[in-house]
Design a protein around this ligand. Structure first.
Ligand code: WQD
Length: 338
């Protein structure tokens, strides 16, 4: 029996593949490599000394996905595949709705046809929109998303919720990630954004490695301790281990559960910059710039449900995240193109 990872060659997918293989699971990856590299698979196998079955497919391609399900014995699916750039989703909404919804619907149809009844979905704290309070709990209001990317996550959660209601053999776990950063301590896999990074940590590491000149801190007049945005940063290895815990839970569960994956600790942009400089002994020149449209002041999780239901909680701290992010970037200044 194998675990299918759609989008498994991506940043979070590849780290989850490592933890699943280390935990003794067999892993099948379906990825079109539109936002990742086949090199990632080699590195996952190098780190774990295990092999992965890989299908270079568009997850929305029904014939290709039926072929995969007919050649593999899939016990559960972890669904990472999807476009994920907030800014791009605003410019190209149709591409995001078509891709992120079609991949999901095709996957669910194949699961139904081949009798696979466990799915873990890569959701996001972005489904909370502008949260009504912090720390955020799973029962808090969702919707009011500020971009099409966030709406696709919210819609897919709704699709899975309704599908689980109609089929009482199904187990759906909706993992709402907060802000994943960091890299595997080996420095062999990590985040490789296309083009100029939108997210804070990859921008910082590209300044540190000399690919970018200076960090723009988007606003210091928020209602936060130092005026800069506060987020719940979680080490990608902790996040990956959260998926292994969610899989174990899903194998013995039916229904649909939303679960926050965060640390419950909020750090500001300046906290991050100062930690990164201290831990890695590198300078990060920055300037205070105007606020970025769509940003919110604070977003961090109440992580209690994950601990209660999954027996999981994040263990790595901000220093670990800064150290591992830099270790990846300085050893791979051009990502997987090196
Ligand atoms: C973090 C903080 C910025 C860049 C996004 C997506 C979310 C999820 C995680 C997928 C904010 C500030 C950033 C920069 C800055 N992705 N910042 N200068 O916006 O919290 O969440 O990524 O699920 O869906 O919305 O993350 O890293 O972009 O920003 O000052 O160059 O860093 O204002 O306060 P965000 P981020």
């Amino acid at each position: 029996m194998s675990i299918l990872l759609t989008g498994g060659a991506g940043y979070i997918g590849s780290h989850t593949a490592v933890e699943l293989l280390n935990a003794g699971y067999s892993v099948v990856i379906a990825d079109d490599f539109s936002n990742s590299s086949p090199e990632v698979i080699k590195r996952v196998e190098e780190i774990t000394k295990k092999t992965v079955s890989v299908y270079r497919v568009d997850v929305a391609d029904k014939a290709a996905m039926r072929d995969l399900f007919s050649h593999e014995t899939i016990e559960a699916v972890i669904h990472f595949a999807g476009f994920k750039a907030v800014g791009e989703s605003v410019k190209k909404p149709m591409m995001y709705y078509r891709n992120n919804l079609d991949t999901t619907l095709t996957l669910l149809e194949c699961m139904k046809e081949f009798g696979v009844s466990r799915i873990i979905f890569s959701s996001s704290a972005t489904v909370y929109g502008s949260p009504e309070r912090v720390p955020i709990e799973e029962t808090d209001k969702t919707g009011g998303c500020s971009n099409p990317y966030g709406w696709t996550k919210w819609m897919i959660e709704q699709i899975l919720t309704d599908t689980a209601k109609a089929d009482d053999t199904l187990s759906c776990v909706l993992l709402r990630y907060f802000n994943p950063i960091g890299a595997h301590p080996s420095g062999r896999i990590g985040e490789m954004p296309n083009g100029i990074p939108n997210n804070l940590m990859p921008y910082i590491t590209q300044v540190a490695v000399g690919r970018l000149k200076m960090l723009n801190v988007f606003g210091n007049d928020y209602d936060t301790p130092d005026g800069t945005g506060v987020r719940d940063y979680i080490h990608v290895v902790d996040l990956a281990k959260g998926h292994v815990a969610a899989l174990k839970y899903a194998l013995d569960h039916t229904g649909c559960e939303a679960i926050n994956l965060g640390t419950g600790i909020g750090y500001s942009v300046l906290d991050m910059v100062h930690s990164f400089m201290r831990v890695n002994k590198v300078d990060i020149p920055f300037v205070i710039a105007p606020r970025r449209g769509g940003d919110i002041a604070q977003c961090y999780a109440n992580p209690a449900k994950a601990e209660r239901l999954l027996g999981w909680k994040a263990e790595k701290n901000l220093d670990d995240m800064c150290r591992d992010s830099w270790n990846w970037q300085k050893n791979n200044p051009n990502g997987y193109e090196d």
